[in-house]
Design a protein. Sequence first.
Length: 313
Amino acid sequence: MSVGKSIRLFLADGTPGGLLTAEIMNWTGHVAAAPRSDLAALLKRPEASRTGIYILLGDDPESMGGSVAYIGEGDDVSKRLYHHSRNEDQGGKDFWDRAIVLTSKDSNLTKAHARYLESRLISLAQEANRSRLTNGTTPPLLPLPESDISDMEYFVAQAKIVLPVLGVNIFRTTATPIQPSEPTEVAASASPSISPIFEMFVKRYGVRAMAQEVDGEFTVKKGSMARLSFTENSSNYEFLHDELLKSGQLVQDGEGSAIFNQDIVFRSPSAAAAIVAGRAANGRVEWRIPGTGVSFGSWQSQDVESNFGGNES
């Protein structure tokens, strides 16, 4: 059973697109985020001058909907952010348009802690593969005392919870074990945040794919198949299909088929179904639980129907 978390968000200037802070109850960590246009306000905040980690985020011009990120650390994070705010010809970085600062409310993070966290977050971002990192190298983990490692791993775990709430998804992994239970048992017992496995089969082309919804994201599993070409022109999904092939996330696996080279997250089951089928598709209908025929849409509505279906007048 999952345990709830209370996250406190504060909009410093009263607008959703401006500087904000985030905290989790009983966690000593503190997160501040701001667009580049509000960097001056971020640098004035006391937490920005503490030892900590920072993340720079921007759009990736080399991929559709992708992002570029840089992860760093500093004894005084504000000094590092000021340096990165300069133009590239002055040693700064131009790609980013948002900065995230992670520090400690009790100021107990040391330089060694920050370097450990930097290394762990870079490794997690590389594992998740959701953003193109501009870090040249991955610094090795420092040999901290066992108790400090435990504290830092807890810090990382809490950061991975709060950052997606702020729209920072570069550490979210799609790797979840496929549950071995029978399909009917999986449908009944799966965690609310992890769905049963769904299958899509395009019989005409012998294409079969597996997918799962994890924490509200629809993920097609590595090894799934897709059509190599798209049958409809001028479609946004066709452009996405081409991007996946160019990036190597989809790899040709025969004359008319391709294979997913890694788990890939889609914005909707229909987007995933379109890439698999090579045409527009209703993912809520075409993704089904193997052995039961239950569609994704029907599975998603089960709790609503069981709790509220009889309340219509």
